[in-house]
Ligand binder design. Structure first.
Ligand code: ASP
Length: 342
């Protein structure tokens, strides 16, 4: 296309987008690449790991009633947050190296509104506090004591998140622990576990499209087990652990958060979908970016990305074998193994 035609096209698109109050760049890119049929495959909900299936069921109930994707993802991830047997999210989460369970979470809706909490203690539903940040404050992220204050001021109750099981494992870890955080492949060699076991990993990231075709996402975790006190991973960071662009798609991640933050992973996946890549291709390219930045390290850590586009198509890709994800739509309610680079 000639420069002049490009200019005319962009000018027309920009004016139309401005009139519609939409993001100009997103509009031009979208029209260049594809046209979305937003309602065709809605509703759909996908989430990280095997335990995502139970969480999807709670989200699905709301989605089939025609509720907002935002309400569905919050309700969905609250299931593992409240489950004391799930040692990677909310109540029962594994503590930091000093024995404190600290939670990270974020949420994002179809209007790019978002909220996050980091290092939140003694509150089970970190995701609901993230939503409070989004809806009741002018900010995007609150940390530690301030996040807890917001929760308490809005009627949430304090709870001891460190269960007997997680306390016992932490005490065992202390016997031999090196005084540094480990990644989630090497630090949790539990009896009878394999690298891909859900219990070896952290974080539920959930993405949903509602009947109206609107997208939202939620991500919540107790983070890397035995992390340094104050460590924050990718999960509460908009663009890293979660990103939603209602015109294109949404992405989330699980695995070693430091590697995801370095490449702003979930935002990268969404931008790759904007360029026309399928969700799986976009996730694969993000994984490859991690390897390109640090090939030696990449062999020893796990990172998995999960993505959903505006067609209701989904896909995942991980560095290592063992990353799983759960999908619920009109056709399936199942857990898939992700493809991986190694
Ligand atoms: N991404 C999480 C974190 O780094 C952990 C995980 O998903 O395994 O805190």
């Amino acid at each position: 296309m000639s420069d002049r035609r490009n200019f005319v096209k962009l000018t027309l698109l920009s004016s139309a987008a401005l009139l519609a109050g939409k993001n100009v760049l997103a509009q031009t890119d979208e029209l260049k690449d594809r046209t979305y049929d937003t309602k065709k495959d809605a509703p759909v909900v996908i989430s990280t790991w095997d335990f995502g299936q139970e969480a999807n069921a709670a989200a699905w109930k709301l989605l089939t009633k025609g509720e907002r994707a935002l309400d569905a993802v919050e309700a969905g991830v609250k299931v593992p947050e409240a489950d004391p047997k799930n040692q990677s999210v909310g109540l029962g989460g594994r503590p930091d190296r000093d024995g404190h369970v600290t939670l990270d979470a974020c949420i994002m809706d179809e209007d790019a509104r978002c909220g996050a909490v980091a290092c939140l203690e003694e509150i089970v539903h970190a995701i609901s506090v993230a939503r409070l940040v989004m809806e009741k404050t002018p900010h995007v992220m609150l940390a530690g004591e301030g996040a807890q204050q917001l929760a308490l001021a809005n009627g949430m109750k304090k709870a001891n998140l460190l269960t007997a099981e997680s306390l016992k494992e932490w005490k065992e870890w202390l016997k031999t622990a090196k005084y540094k955080p480990h990644n989630n492949i090497e630090n949790l060699k539990l009896p009878n576990s394999r690298p891909g076991d859900a219990r070896n990993h952290d974080t539920i990231g959930m993405l949903a499209m509602d009947k109206k075709g609107n997208l939202s996402g939620a991500c919540t975790t107790s983070g890397m087990a035995y992390k340094l006190r104050g460590r924050i991973g990718d999960s509460p960071i908009i663009g890293a652990g979660l990103y939603v662009d209602n015109e294109i798609g949404a992405a989330t991640s699980s695995g070693v958060g430091e590697e995801v933050i370095r490449i702003v992973g979930s935002h990268l996946v969404v931008e790759l979908m904007r360029r026309g890549h399928s969700p799986e291709e976009a996730c694969k390219k993000a994984v490859q970016r991690i390897v390109a930045k640090n090939p030696n390290m990449a062999k020893d850590v796990q990172v998995g990305f999960l993505a959903l586009n505006k067609h209701g198509e989904f896909g995942a890709y991980a560095l290592q074998k063992g990353f799983t994800y759960a999908v619920r739509n009109g056709a399936v309610d199942t857990v898939y193994d992700s493809k991986s680079l190694f």
